[in-house]
Design a protein around this ligand. Sequence first.
Ligand code: MN
Length: 231
Amino acid sequence: MLSVIQNPPRIALPIVGSSDLFPVRRVYCVGRNYAAHAREMGADPDREPPFFFMKPADALQIVGSEPTPHPYPSKTRNYHFEVEMVAALAGGGTDISAADVLDQVYGYAIGLDMTRRDVQDEAKALSRPWDTAKAADGSGPIGALHPASLVGHPARGEITLSVDGQTRQKGDLGDMIWSVAEQIAYLSGYFALQPGDLIFTGTPSGVGPVERGQRMVAAIAGLGAITLDVV
Ligand code: MN
């Protein structure tokens, strides 16, 4: 049987220390998972259970070890960076217990949940969905996957983002309100998680705008860094 159009390419992540690839299925993102960031967005970090939204897999931008051009999207004048650790699932299931869930994680990467903040603010005010704010083409820059067999399951360590050499976001993975295991367990109550799913695990405080011509460097202890030149 033939496809009536060319089959869309499957998005796949490179893997550190290997020529193999990790094919991506879905991309889940958790909101407001660091207390200081929840406060800067006007929310109360103590009362909210985790909430999730999604990016299309083909909104990811695969970033190698070299500085990579990152196109500034249309329809925004307030395009924000959010540095996040990304967990990649090799397994899945429904109603997984948090105690067992890390066995399902293949590895971790550095990601950016790039956001049209002005569009998001408008959507919030009008109680509309966030897709046009969060799912812009290229809005999920992501570096190579570091297998858990090499780096373990990072539970603490510095997570930073700098713009033109100036540190803008600085947090610690240990400051997540919901741990990676808790996020995955909670998410598995709503969706049948499957191999290839990614979870963007939230951003520390300090989110802000970036402009064309600026360089972003996102780094997580043990996972290296990715560099993006906004064009
Ligand atoms: Mn985010």
